[in-house]
Design a protein around this ligand. Structure first.
Ligand SMILES: *Cc1c(COP(=O)(O)O)cnc(C)c1O
Length: 367
């Protein structure tokens, strides 16, 4: 039995053609036509005026925080359940991450719990569209506006997801994306920042280029970084972006089939559903295994592993990591994290394999 991976990129002749053209042109470093085109087409995809490519999603978040002036002594509010980068980038900027529990129905930061965490030091809210399911951007925008806070979106898992008919990433002041190998589209490693604010876009461009304001004069007025994407990465990224609508349709089908096959299984809680105002993208089809299933998420994972089906547990809540350890309790984040399981989700996963995976989840109960 060949094993079923949890994720796998879809790379084809378009990517290969762009790569060949990139190598032949000799523009393989961080300038070139693929970078320009990937950036402008990505801005178009998000309906934003500006976009800046970066070396990965983490550096995108770091640059976003620096661009809005996050510094030592500041606080940034973010969900307790997300990838570690979200808190790490706040720490890189010298500021403190302040965690807020997630909402049981959306799996994203709970807007009702944010205001009591706001202090004089709070500068920004980082919304995360976890596993491709959009955060409640209308409520978050209201809170951010009321308290004069920046609203940053971590859309690393949610390329193409929508809230009130707007693509995520382009809703707050700054949106950050990742193109890691398992993301909706990939450049191997890579990231992108989108914004409608020209001043922020300019700042980000300077910061990611060693703090240089003009090319080749070695004058660096600010502390900068080398967080650039290469033309090679962008060559792949552009091809991927031109295929993204087909990718999103394929993922919707996978999502629909998993939901259909698993909806009647006792003890399985399906992921947040699309509504009139929000549309997710099924980055990883993720579900919860609760007590009435009779086996824990961990036991189900181990069973599926024996059947050569690779899965992932959910993120560990950030307040449970040594760097951010606290005695605070975030009961929803803790429970969803312990019950969570992400199933194989990638373009090219066959209907037959989805049936097999759903069947084996049922079998796991009896094992
Ligand atoms: C993948 C991811 C990142 C980081 O992106 P990298 O490109 O791996 O640095 C940040 N936030 C979330 C939610 C992610 O899933």
């Amino acid at each position: 039995m060949t094993s079923i991976p949890v994720a796998q990129p879809s790379l084809g002749h378009k990517e290969l053609r762009n790569l060949t053209s990139c190598v032949k042109s000799s523009w393989i470093s961080s300038q070139g036509q693929f970078i320009d085109r990937f950036e402008s087409e990505f801005a178009h995809f998000c309906s934003t005026k500006y976009s800046v490519s970066t070396s990965n999603g983490t550096t995108a978040l770091h640059l976003a925080l620096l661009a809005i002036g996050i510094k030592k002594g500041d606080e940034v509010i973010l969900p307790a359940l997300t990838f570690v980068s979200c808190a790490n980038t706040v720490a890189y900027a010298g500021a403190s991450p302040v965690f807020v529990d997630i909402d049981e129905s959306t799996w994203t930061i709970d807007p009702d719990l944010i205001e009591k965490q706001i202090t004089k030091k709070t500068k920004a809210i980082m919304a995360v569209h976890l596993y491709g399911y959009p955060a409640q951007m209308d409520r978050l925008k209201q809170i951010a506006n009321k308290h004069h806070l920046f609203l940053i979106e971590d859309a690393a898992e949610a390329h193409g997801a929508e809230f009130q008919h707007k693509r995520v990433g382009g809703i707050g002041q700054i949106g950050c994306f990742s193109f890691y190998g398992n993301k909706i589209i990939t450049t191997g490693e890579g990231g992108m920042i989108v914004t409608n604010d020209q001043t922020l876009a300019k700042k980000i461009t300077i910061l990611k280029n060693h703090g240089s304001t003009s090319k080749g004069n070695y004058f660096h007025p600010v502390l900068g970084y080398n967080y650039r994407m290469t033309n090679i990465q962008a060559a792949i990224g552009l091809a991927q972006l031109q295929r993204i609508n087909a990718f999103l349709r394929a993922r919707k089908k996978i999502d629909g089939l998993y939901r259909k096959l698993l909806s009647t299984t006792t003890g399985i809680v399906l992921p947040p559903e699309d509504t009139e105002i929000k549309k997710g993208v099924c980055w990883t089809f993720s579900l919860r295994i609760n007590q009435s299933f009779g086996k824990s998420a961990k036991e189900v994972r181990q069973y599926l592993q024996k059947k050569s089906i690779e899965t992932r547990p959910f993120f560990v809540p950030l307040h449970k990591l040594p760097m951010y350890q606290s005695n605070d309790h975030f009961p929803i984040a803790e429970r969803i994290s312990s019950e969570g399981l992400s199933l194989p989700t990638f373009v090219g996963l066959s209907v037959k394999k989805i049936h097999f995976i759903a069947h084996e989840i049922g079998q796991a109960r009896k094992a």
